[in-house]
Design a protein around this ligand. Structure first.
Ligand code: PLP
Length: 457
């Protein structure tokens, strides 16, 4: 891979760290430098074209070079490029966005708090729940439950909420617990039904809560379907069973819509697709299609009431973030949402998702494939296989996933490798022939990896 015009030579380490890779492999030679995008395509400095079949980490909902969105952002830059939201002053555009979000986010009668990233949104939500507990005179109610294998962010609190990669950072912080991911394909006992599996997970959640001092658990955070864990679409019985336990113990349910929000799952929000009624939620990524960093917390009425009364006691809500509610981000979000609604992109994405699901379902017979899952405009191919007795048979699913990722990347398609498979979640604007192209190249990549497997045996 040629290095662009830069002082770093090919065999040198980059002067910057990139995410989710070994630091020692941070070499110019093994890095793609992307310098252009259009529609669902991105181009590197060698001029190579890739279909961005993950929307660049589930962000670029409207694809690249969306002129109308760029124009709206430029207009905001010319009018008011920045204003802070604190001390009784904010920007009009930030307020407009708060009003819009209040109408559409999947929380009843919410108040909106802005942040910059999904990590911060989760972090601030935990902070506000702690403030609530103090305001109510029950400061001991501060334990947060996340789920194994879910990603929740990179700050100390959101990395603690994340369900993995704790040890190397000396995490989690005190007050974070984790329950099982609803991974029916990988986690079920042989012949266990989806209903039995779901109630087992709810029993486990109940045991975790009851294992803690009474009244000490504040909230449970979950994505409607975890993309980071490998598109874990839960069985229909899962959330009803889990939320019954939460209600019984007066534990709040926070929906993490960072990935599933803004049209990804066949509805505007994953909570609609899975019929969830969270107390609070967070969203980010697709909200601006990635054209500006912005995230949002929707605080339900009881939390908001406690913030009001708590700030009376404390004299203030001593929380702000300079770049939260950034007017340019607000303009980007307002225009992104306007385009999604006006162009019926949620319906379009659902139709394209049905096409993707149909194409991926044919992969189920491939000898490397153990499971295929779909949700809205997202699909996953899982390389963990089960035998005729429903017992998992292979422990090389992760290695296959990486090999397929590399192969299909060579063929010009960026997919997301996960612990046991690969994931596809293209921009909402994708067309059917582009989905066909992704699937054709992916199928050829599977065959090539299969050939290598056979040859190496
Ligand atoms: N929550 C979920 C479900 C995510 O997948 C991510 C990031 O991928 C985050 C939170 C953190 O968002 P960010 O990377 O914007 O901080």
């Amino acid at each position: 891979m040629a290095t662009p015009e830069t002082r770093v030579t090919e065999d040198e380490r980059l002067p910057m760290l990139l995410g989710f890779q070994r630091v020692s492999e941070n070499m110019a030679a093994s890095t793609s430098f992307i310098d252009r995008g259009k529609g669902v395509y991105v181009y590197d400095t060698d001029g190579r074209e890739y279909i961005e079949a993950t929307s660049s980490f589930y962000v670029a909902a409207l694809g690249y070079q969306h002129d109308e969105l760029i124009d709206a952002i430029e207009a905001q830059y010319r009018e008011l490029p920045f204003y802070v939201s604190a001390l009784h002053r904010t920007s009009k555009t930030s307020l407009d966005l708060a009003e819009k979000l209040r109408d559409i986010l999947p929380v009843t009668d919410p108040h909106i708090l802005f942040a910059v990233s999904g990590s911060e949104a989760n972090d601030y939500m935990i902070k506000m729940l702690h403030f609530q507990a103090v305001a109510r005179g029950t400061p001991e109610r501060r334990t947060i439950i996340g789920r194994h294998d879910s990603y929740a962010g990179g700050t100390l609190a959101s990395a603690s909420l994340t369900g993995g990669h704790h040890e190397e950072f000396g995490l989690p912080l005190p007050g974070f617990l984790h329950c099982a991911q609803p991974d029916y394909h990988g986690g079920r006992e042989p012949q266990e039904t989806a209903a039995e599996y779901s109630s087992r997970l709810a029993v486990e959640l109940n045991a975790i809560i009851e294992g803690e001092p009474e009244g000490s658990v504040a909230a449970f955070f979950a994505e409607p379907a975890s993309f980071s864990a490998g598109l874990m679409v839960p069985p229909a019985e899962y959330f009803p069973a889990m939320t019954a336990v939460l209600r019984q113990h007066d534990v709040s349910f926070v929906a993490d819509e960072v990935v599933t929000g803004f049209g990804r799952t066949g509805n505007l929000f994953g909570c609609e697709t899975l019929d969830l009624k969270p107390d609070h939620c967070v969203a980010a990524k697709g909200i601006t299609s990635g054209y500006f960093p912005l995230s949002v917390l929707a605080l339900g009425p009881s939390l908001y009431a406690d913030l009001e009364s708590g700030s009376e006691q404390a004299g203030t809500l001593a929380h702000a973030a300079t770049f939260a509610a950034h007017p340019v981000g607000a303009a980007a979000a307002l225009k992104t949402i306007e385009i999604i609604e006006r162009d019926n992109l949620v319906d379009h994405a659902a139709r394209m998702g049905a096409h993707l699901a149909k194409r991926l379902s044919t992969f189920a017979d491939h000898p490397l494939v153990g499971d295929v899952r779909s949700l809205g405009l997202a699909g996953a191919v899982d390389f963990l296989r089960r035998d005729d007795n429903d017992v998992p048979v292979n422990d090389n699913a992760g290695a296959i996933a990486n090999a397929v990722y590399e192969k299909v990347l060579e063929a010009g398609v960026v997919v997301r490798p996960t612990a046991r498979g690969i994931l596809i979640a293209p921009p909402l604007i994708i067309k059917a022939d582009e989905i066909d192209e992704i699937c054709d190249r992916l199928f050829r990549a599977l065959d090539a990896v299969m050939d290598n497997e056979v040859r190496s045996q």
